[in-house]
Design a protein around this ligand. Sequence first.
Ligand code: COA
Length: 383
Amino acid sequence: MKDVAVIGIGMTKFGELWNKSIKDIFVEAALKAIDNAGVGHIDSMYVGAMSGGLFVGQEHIGAVMADYLGMNPVPATRVESACASGGTAFRQAYFEVASGSSEIVLAGGVEKMNDGVDVTAALATAADQEYEVYNGITFPGLYAMIANAYMHQYNATREQLAAVAVKNHHNGFNNPNAQFRSEITIEQVLNSTLVADPLRLLDCSPVTDGGAAVILCPLELAKQFTDSPVKVISTAQASDTISLYERESLTSLKAVSDAAVKAYKQANLKPEDIDLAEVHDCFTIAEIVASEELGFFDKGCGASAVEEGKTSIEEGTIPINTSGGLKSKGHPVGATGIAQVIEIYEQLTGQAGKRQVKDARIGLTQNMGGSGASCVINILEAL
Ligand code: COA
C-alpha cells in the first residue's frame, strides 16, 4: 500500500442555499478543491450523498456530478452510509490511491436538504423502519433516549449538554463557512424550543445545504503540488446494531469505539497523541458519548469535560469541533465527513485563522451514520 496525502480542499458555505442546485453546490466545492490542489486533472472521484433521491429527486449522483463537473469519462462512485457518507467516500478514495490504481482522486460529499421535503422523514430512513420508524421514532427522538439514559446513569446535567452547543457556536463564529455564526449562552440553549425531551432546538444540528471536496494523491507525488501535504495515517470503519433497543448499553456507541481501536492501532497512536478532533455532534449528547468512545475521557466524564473547558480551543487538552461542528457549521449529511477532513487539513497546515489550535500536528475525524450504526474514523498528520 502506498502512503497517501491530502493536497487540496474546497467547500461551499453551509446553510440554506436556495439559489443553487445540488449540482451547483457539488461543482463549486469540487472546483475549489481542484484549484486549491493545483492538479490539471483527476483520475477518479467518490461522492458521499445520503439521499439525493429523497431530498431533491436526484439519484445516480456519481455520474451526474462527474458530468456536470466536466470530468467524463472518469470513474465516479456515489458512496452512501447515511450521515457517514462523506467520511466513507474519503476512505474509499484513500484505498484507490493507496492501492496504486489511481493517482489523483477527488473525495467529495454533497446534500441539499432545504428544498421543501419532509426532512425528518427522509433522515429517518437511516433508522430501522420496521422497529423504530413505524413506531414514531425520529433522529432527535433516538438521541433524546441516549441523552436521558446518559443523564440518568452518570448524573449529567442539562447545562453540561448545553455547554457542547455553546462551545461549538463559539468556534463556528470564527468559521466563514459556518451556517450559524452566532455566539449563544447556556440560558439560550435551555430556553430554546423543546424538540425531543431533553433535547432542545439548540442541542440539534440544523438542516443544511452544502458541499465539500478534497484531493488525494500518493505521498511521493504530493510535493509536486504543495509544500504542505497532510498525510493520511489511518482510516477505520465499524458498524453496530441499527436499532437502539438491540444494544447492550444506551450510553455507548460501540461502532465508534470499535473503529477507534482499529484507527489508533493502524496509526500506532494513543488517544492522548491526538491534538484535535472533529467529532460527529449531530446532537449535543452525541459529541459527549463519542468523545468517551474515542478514548479522550473516561466513560461518564465527557459531559463534565466540556463544562470544564477540556474540549475548547483556548484551554482544552483535546479541542473538539474547532470548525463549529455539525451544530454550528451545519450538517449537509453527505458532505459532513469531508468537511471534517477539511477542518483538520486547515488546522494542520496553519490556515485556521482565529480557530487555530497551537502546534497542531495530528488530527482525527469521527463521522457517524444514524444513531451510531456506522462510524468511520480518519487520522491525518502534518508533515
Ligand atoms: N440550531 C440553531 N438554530 C436553528 C436550528 C438549529 N439546529 N434549526 C433551526 N434553527 C433556527 C432557524 O434558523 C430559524 O431561525 P429564524 O427564525 O431566526 O429564521 C428558527 O430556528 C426556526 O427554524 P425552523 O427551520 O422552523 O426549525 P424547525 O423546527 O423546522 O427545525 C430542527 C429544527 C431542530 C427540528 C431541525 O433543525 C432538525 O431536524 N435538526 C436535526 C437534523 C438531523 O436529525 N440530522 C441528522 C442527525 S443524525
